[in-house]
Design a protein around this ligand. Structure first.
Ligand SMILES: [Zn+2]
Length: 414
């Protein structure tokens, strides 16, 4: 778990430890919490009462009395307020309104041309949010923050995309400030894959892993790192941006960034789409050639369908894609020694052939000690990873003990 011990810490650290424990480990009785934080009972009770007064925590009866006192548990009130989670992808927009645990109550997905620029995108996001707030399942509690993940390198401290390769017109745009202006609450902005790694830590397969890599295989490819239970963004916020590292190939393909031989140019949804069309045109894949002849616009998902139908060229393409990804990941596994590599994004749906090739290459190209306890598994967050991660980015920043005075001013109480 990511909850840190409060032993030897100051009063604010003790509040933080209690809040983190209740967020990440679920409800507990006061004696259990007291034992876990290793502080005095009176002080722990005082800190819990402060959290109750603010409205973030409640103490509820659980079960029936068996003759003695009725047992009571302290729990985090995830229903107390709502957060917006936004994912601005390279070809789509996703929005969710979540609770304070990052669980989506209502969601929306639509294709979107990101090259329309930031103003048009924010206009559309505002419309989507207004629609979502009118849905019957939408939370009626106050909206307290917005988090957004962008398919771009993001300077986290300012919330601005920096030289985004796929988002012309967005370079340096103050996304964080503009989101805050639009929705009237504080905003946080991060790279979309870093946000997804956070989602995996908070709500996915990695809740018990403190060192792991999240790899997103979508139209592009990227990774997010969690080290010691904390998202590692790096000095400038671009840690894990593996899309444009070079791969070893005799025929380097042109990348959208303008260079040749990048991982994204050989092992991404865009690369699979390009190769699917080539296999159809050349007739190497009779399955894909037949689809193209029917007028189907070939995409990455058709390669998976072709492979499932027994098409050898499509199967080899998926295996080659997995080898490129696994070879690159093998280096990072040796360097970083994670216990888990979680694979998400639309292309991860390609299934066993891709995953097996990734695993094989990782084992081949990393140290035996680094892979002794390594698990390589698909992420089970699916389509919601981006919005859940964006909401969690905001929540991790908001649910701080040094913000309790701010929370006290919010109308959270029942
Ligand atoms: Zn590139």
């Amino acid at each position: 778990m990511a909850a840190r011990s409060g032993a030897g810490a100051g009063p604010e650290d003790l509040s933080q430890s209690l809040l983190d424990m209740l967020r990440f480990s679920g409800p507990a009785t006061k004696p259990v919490l007291t034992a876990r934080v290793g502080a005095g009972r009176t002080l722990v009770t005082q800190k819990i009462n402060e959290l109750i007064d603010v409205g973030l925590v409640s103490e509820d009866r659980v079960g029936r009395s068996t003759g003695g006192r009725i047992p009571r548990e302290v729990r985090f009130r995830s229903e107390a307020a709502a957060v917006l989670g936004i994912e601005v992808g390279s070809s789509s927009l996703d929005v969710a309104i979540t609770d304070l645990a990052g669980r989506p109550a209502v969601t929306h997905h639509e294709p979107w041309d990101i090259t329309k620029g930031p103003e048009a995108t924010l206009d559309r996001l505002e419309q989507i949010v207004n629609q979502l707030r009118d849905e019957p399942q939408a939370p009626t509690v106050p909206l307290v923050a917005v988090g957004a993940g962008l398919a771009a390198p993001v300077e986290f401290t300012t919330g601005r995309p920096i030289s985004p390769p796929y988002m012309p017109g967005w370079d340096g745009y103050p996304v964080r400030d503009r989101l805050s202006d639009r929705f009237g609450v504080e905003a946080w902005v991060d790279n979309d894959v870093s946000a997804m790694a956070l989602a995996e830590l908070r709500a996915g397969n990695a809740q018990d892993a403190s060192d792991f890599l999240f790899v997103k295989l979508g139209l592009g490819i990227g990774a997010g790192l969690v080290s010691g239970g904390v998202l590692h963004r790096g000095a400038d916020g671009c840690a894990g941006d593996i899309a444009h590292i070079p791969v070893a190939t005799k025929s380097p393909a042109l990348c959208r960034c303008g260079r040749r031989g990048c991982l994204a140019a050989h092992a991404s949804g865009a690369a699979l789409t390009r190769e699917a069309r080539r296999l159809a045109d050349s007739g190497e894949s009779p399955y894909l050639a037949a689809l193209a002849a029917e007028g189907t616009t070939l995409e990455a998902a058709h390669v998976t369908a072709a492979s499932h139908a027994g098409d050898p060229a499509a199967t080899e393409l998926l295996a080659q894609t997995g080898r490129f990804i696994g070879t690159a990941l093998g280096t990072y596994v040796s360097f970083f020694n994670p216990s888990l590599v979680a694979i998400g994004g639309a292309v991860s749906q390609a299934g066993d052939i891709l995953l097996a090739a990734i695993r094989q290459a990782v084992y081949e190209f990393s140290l035996p000690l680094a892979t002794r306890h390594l698990q390589i598994t698909p992420s089970d967050l699916g389509d919601t990873a981006g919005v859940v991660g964006a909401a969690c980015t905001a929540l991790d920043a908001m649910l701080r003990a040094n913000r309790l005075d701010w929370w006290a001013e919010q109308p959270l109480k029942n």
